[in-house]
Design a protein around this ligand. Structure first.
Ligand SMILES: [Zn+2]
Length: 288
């Protein structure tokens, strides 16, 4: 710098040649100045390029990072939150799963005091033994399979009641009212009889899908029946053949019927499994 400054301050057109170099001083200084300027320019350009590169890298880093965060976020969000968000997005509405309970099918028909059968109700029945018991023809094969399996396991089952016509139910009910009338008023007897024998149309036996099954050596239809291997076998195995225990001990408030460990109702194999596993009685299952 001092040489350059001197050169200008002197204003000499022909500066004295330097000893160290063969080139004229003016040429050397000019070249040096040019080189210096070039180096500085290059340095500025180089630094600027590095700065731009770093800046671009930083911008690239953050722009790539932000969407990754957004993508990662939903996987952290709980299912509950995701479900809350789902309705606001109109497109991906999952197809509703079909109701697994075919309530309108014949084998799930609910019959009780609140849901009586119509007076003209009729059903095609077949004999299920030689003693004159009949069952809805559509349930007969499954009941035969149940009997075969029970017999194979050494069970001594006996049918105590099966299908009853509307008229037969009327006879049973009337007989019970007559029996009770000797002890109370006719009105009281009519009411009391309903707790023991269903009125016509209000019994599952009228439907043709119910059976009372006892042991050959215990036909009393009392609660001690549950002590027998036959009763325990039915409680454990009947669902496999489409039959459920219709009036469980812990469901008397719901069914309105006393615990009947002998009364089995056909609902079909698939539904029997679901009802058995649910622990619900038919009233609860159908209103679920
Ligand atoms: Zn019964």
């Amino acid at each position: 710098m001092s040489i350059e400054m001197k050169y200008f301050e002197d204003g000499a057109e022909k500066p004295e040649p330097k000893v160290e170099t063969e080139l004229p001083t003016s040429n050397t200084a000019h070249l040096s100045r040019k080189m210096d300027k070039l180096i500085r320019t290059l340095a500025v350009v180089f630094i600027t390029l590095i700065a731009i590169t770093i800046l671009l890298l930083v911008i690239f880093y953050f722009t790539q990072r932000e969407p990754a965060k957004e993508v990662a976020a939903p996987s952290i969000v709980s299912t509950a939150m995701a479900q809350e968000v789902a309705p606001s997005t109109p497109a991906p509405t999952p197809a509703p799963t079909p109701d697994p309970i075919p309530r309108e099918e014949w084998y799930l028909k609910l019959v009780n005091r609140a849901n009586p059968l119509p007076e003209g109700f009729d059903v095609q029945t077949v004999a299920i033994d030689t003693a004159g018991y009949y069952l809805d023809a559509r349930a007969a094969d499954d009941f035969a399979a149940l009997l075969d399996a029970a017999t194979a396991d050494g069970m001594k089952l006996k049918i105590a009641s099966a299908y009853r016509s509307y008229e037969k139910q009327q006879q049973l009910y009337n007989a019970k009212v007559r029996e009770l009338s000797s002890e109370m008023s006719a009105e009281q007897a009519a009411e009391e009889a309903q707790t023991l024998v269903a009125k016509p149309g209000e019994s599952e036996h009228n439907l043709g899908l119910a059976l009372d099954i006892v042991a050959t050596y215990n036909q009393r239809m009392e609660e001690d029946y549950e002590q027998t291997p036959e009763c325990q076998w039915l409680a454990r195995e009947a669902w496999k053949y489409g039959f459920i225990l219709r009036y469980p001990k812990d469901k008397q408030d719901v069914t309105g019927v006393i615990y009947e460990p002998w009364h089995y109702r056909y609902v079909g194999g698939e539904q029997a499994k679901l009802i058995y596993e649910s622990g619900l009685c038919l009233e609860e299952y159908l209103s679920a």
